[in-house]
Design a protein around this ligand. Structure first.
Ligand code: PLP
Length: 394
């Protein structure tokens, strides 16, 4: 199997698995229990908090463990919104190409009477600090913008956007789920007030993540119960997953530059190779791009058919279109960067990890052009373009 869907999830790493099995076998006490066996669990929980904090330049008390990226996004956004509302601030700034964990939370807030401005995204998947600065108002309660996009891999100028928000006194949250473990993060230097990350995007286990909230930034609890996570997230801590996540993030951050160099070389070979396919286009720019992200549109085909045929060849990839939800809507991200509906349907995302090899890239560069040609051969849409009945878009 050639696995190139690391933006969806990553293989659990050895470091995480070793930490998790040790925790489950030996340190399975409840961190809230007062006897020594519980306190050993509490110590490991605290150490995991320290280790996570060290990886992003935070202090341990600024780390809140969550069930993943979606929960972190929800809690950060709802907290800032509801606390802002108390001060008469009901305006939120975000963008059109955020993850649904952000967009759907904002939808909910709109129904509560919040005004949400979604900044338009440039054709390369960029947003400028100036756009943010111009959108901020007296009543802005929050700016939430992703560090790197999960579909097209574009990286936003987070430190500069953070500086604009800090200057205007507006809380700034970033969904860093695609960035954590892959790009450097320093919450202090980058002027970040809140940041969400998720373990399974950097070879940690699924169902666990962390929300960083700077000292002085208040959180609202979404789950009521015990006093865990300093009263901001009730429920007995998932210690095995938490120590697995800490081990995985440490491992990823220790090899960050080396992995980025290796993976971006593979990425660039894929981009160069796939660009040779006629009537194709890279989504997102070549600069400011996640080391492991490749995303193309191929005119005249359906992304789903492409994926199924690649699966037959043992290649795991993804398409921008949200067919899993049973809808035929193309990806909101590809529409946000200006791809027409018809073209957005024919997209392919390949997301790499440091475990991919040159041989994997060779196999993909052989398979994709064959499959695209085969599908185009069967496509009435494509025939109309070749005959001149319909114009080519790409
Ligand atoms: C995967 C992802 C999420 C959701 O994280 P989960 O841990 O799966 O809930 C949120 N935002 C981005 C950008 C993602 O890639």
């Amino acid at each position: 199997m050639i696995y190139m869907d690391n933006a969806a999830t990553t293989k659990t790493g050895q470091a995480a698995m070793a930490a998790m099995t040790a925790c489950m076998a030996e340190n399975w006490g409840n961190p809230s229990s007062l006897y020594a066996h519980g306190q050993r669990a509490a110590e490991d929980l605290w150490r995991a908090r320290e280790r996570m904090a060290a990886c992003i330049g935070a202090s341990p008390k600024e780390i809140y463990f969550t069930s993943g990226g979606s929960e972190g996004d929800n809690q950060a956004i709802l907290s800032a919104a509801w606390l802002g509302e108390k001060k008469g601030k009901k305006h939120i700034i975000s963008s059109t190409f955020e993850h649904h964990a952000v967009l759907h939370t904002l939808e909910k807030l709109k129904q509560e009477g919040f005004e949400v401005d979604l900044l338009p995204v440039g054709e390369k998947g960029n947003i400028t600090p100036k756009q943010v600065s111009e959108a901020i108002r007296e009543d802005t309660a929050l700016v939430t913008l992703m560090y790197a996009n999960n579909e097209i891999g574009s990286i936003l100028p987070i430190a500069k956007i953070g500086a604009v928000c800090r200057e205007k006194g507006v809380p700034f949250h970033t969904d860093a789920v695609q960035a954590a473990g892959h790009l450097p993060i320093d919450v202090a230097a980058q002027n970040i007030d809140m940041l969400s990350l998720s373990a399974h995007k950097f070879h940690g286990p699924k169902g666990v993540g962390a929300l960083y909230a700077r000292r002085g930034i208040s959180l609202v609890s979404l789950i009521e119960g015990g006093a865990q996570e300093r009263g901001k997230r009730a429920g007995t801590e998932n210690l095995p997953a938490i120590v697995g996540m800490a081990a995985a993030l440490e491992e990823a951050c220790a090899h960050l530059e080396e992995n980025a160099r290796k993976v971006s070389a593979l990425r660039d070979r894929l981009i160069d190779g796939l660009s040779q396919i006629p009537h194709s286009a890279l989504n997102g720019g070549r600069e400011n791009r996640l080391p492991g992200n490749v995303n193309f549109c191929f005119e005249g085909i359906e992304g789903e058919s492409l994926l199924l045929l690649l699966d037959d060849k043992g290649i795991c990839a993804s398409s921008g279109s949200a067919c899993t939800s049973g809808s035929l809507d193309p990806s909101h991200v590809l529409l946000a960067i200006g791809r027409p509906h018809e073209v957005a349907h024919g997209s392919l995302r390949l997301s790499l990890s440091e475990e991919n090899t040159d041989a994997d890239v060779d196999a993909v560069l052989e398979a994709v052009p064959q499959v695209v040609e085969y599908l185009r051969g069967m496509s009435p849409l494509w025939k109309d373009k070749v005959s001149g009945k319909n114009p080519f878009v790409l």
